[in-house]
Ligand binder design. Structure first.
Ligand code: SF4
Ligand code: SF4
Length: 91
């Protein structure tokens, strides 16, 4: 079972991470494409991602980066995403 963070403000969203930290490793999740299967959260070797608190138009809660500084840009999350909703950038 995947737990949700209790305080969203304590976590960087993937989009905020993209806006504020160009030049670092990061996984960017397409908020509206995600169907919240949780594979990216489960398979990330760094445990960088967690299910977020914001709901998309399909009624799902896309993951966010809870520890973005740990991302190694390995792209495992992108490879396991069945909806091709993740793009990974390497520093
Ligand atoms: S690129 Fe690798 S380390 Fe970064 S979030 Fe995806 S699975 Fe985790
Ligand atoms: S693997 Fe893709 S569809 Fe599944 S939760 Fe992650 S981003 Fe969403």
């Amino acid at each position: 079972m995947i737990s949700r963070p209790s305080a969203a403000k304590d976590f960087l969203t993937v989009n905020n991470f993209l806006d504020g930290d160009l030049g670092v490793n990061r996984a960017v999740i397409d908020f509206e494409r995600c169907k919240e299967c949780g594979y990216c959260v489960l398979f990330c070797p760094q445990k960088t991602l967690c299910i977020g608190k914001d709901i998309n138009q399909k009624g799902y809660y896309p993951p966010i980066a809870q520890t973005p500084e740990k991302c190694t840009a390995c792209a495992i999350c992108a490879r396991v995403c069945p909806d091709a909703a993740i793009e990974v950038f390497k520093e």
